[in-house]
Ligand binder design. Structure first.
Ligand SMILES: [Zn+2]
Length: 187
């Protein structure tokens, strides 16, 4: 059975989705699970919950993008942020790894209450794409990337004053904490 990764996203962040689907294409056989949230019909929350909890699902990727919070007319959205918060809660309860990915060019002011990994990327960067593809491939070996930290050579464990500890996958010594949204730096 092919393992899978659940993708928490806004389908309107098309470039981001395209980047990640291309990255899954580079990686080995791991299936990305994406739900299309139409405005007219409610997504089937029980089906989503089953998919996140499935033993085949190793991780949940949160793809932060501007359309999570605002629509094309710059009106604030209600549903997408609620869904993403709910999905990360289900993943946390089910003991899945949670990754937060954020495009350097479009930081998103949306807090993620619980996660294990954080990485910023450039959509145009081949290095970032290869790095993420390798992390996806890690899930072909083990269910939790916590256990294979040695393989994620660039990641360091950070603890924010807000209390969250997570693996950080960038080289810069400063960042905005994805949970409390405060600036943090480290030596
Ligand atoms: Zn924090």
């Amino acid at each position: 059975m092919v393992r899978q990764i659940f993708i928490s996203h806004s389908q309107e962040d098309e470039l981001i989705i395209e980047f990640f689907l291309g990255t899954f294409g580079l990686a080995g056989p791991i299936t990305p699970i994406l739900y299309e949230y139409k405005t007219k019909t409610e997504p089937d929350w029980q089906e989503i919950q089953r998919d996140i909890q499935s033993p085949l699902t190793c991780a949940l990727f949160v793809l932060l993008g501007p359309r999570i919070l605002f629509d094309e007319y710059n009106r604030r959205k209600q549903h997408t942020p609620n869904w993403i918060t709910w999905e990360t809660g289900i993943a946390r309860q089910a003991g899945k790894d949670i990754w937060v990915f954020e495009d350097y060019n479009t930081p998103v002011d949306f807090p993620i209450p619980s996660f294990d990994h954080y990485m910023r990327y450039n959509i145009g960067s081949k290095d970032h794409r290869v790095y993420i593809a390798n992390r996806i491939n890690d899930y072909r070996i083990l269910l939790r990337v916590r256990q294979i930290r040695k393989l994620t050579e660039a990641a360091i464990l950070l603890t924010c004053p807000c209390g969250i500890s997570f693996y950080y996958h960038n080289a810069e010594k400063s960042l905005i904490c994805p949970k409390c949204k405060e600036y943090m730096e480290f030596p």
